[in-house]
Design a protein around this ligand. Structure first.
Ligand code: FES
Length: 109
């Protein structure tokens, strides 16, 4: 078996409460990443690796994830969002337009 062909990086960075940029962890990224990891395994997607990531510098739009090798960025708020990313992006090679982050969007700090 070869190594993974697709890597999903889910930011689970945590910042102190009240930080001006917020963080993905306070928006539930830990649980959603764990859910995604379990679902990918249950579905037998052996070529996909779901990883925990530090800050991806798009905090205000989080929780954020980026999928390589495509370099596609998503925001996701619920297990249903994760399910849609798995079924459409990872299984069918499509894009989930409603969850896509724009190419340039980092607000002024
Ligand atoms: S805290 Fe998740 S992108 Fe920065």
């Amino acid at each position: 078996m070869g190594y993974y062909k697709t890597h999903v990086f889910c930011c689970t960075n945590e910042r102190p409460v009240g930080h001006e940029r917020g963080c993905c962890k306070e928006k539930g990224s830990d649980k959603l990443r764990s859910y995604m990891k379990v679902r990918v395994k249950e579905l037998g997607l052996d070529a996909v690796r779901v990883n925990t990531s530090g800050c991806l510098d798009r905090c205000e739009l989080g929780p954020t994830m980026v999928i390589y090798p495509e370099g596609v960025w998503y925001t996701y708020k619920s297990p249903a969002d994760v399910d849609e990313i798995i079924s459409r992006h990872l299984q069918k090679g499509e894009r989930v337009e409603r969850l896509l982050l724009p190419d340039v969007n980092i607000p002024e700090k």
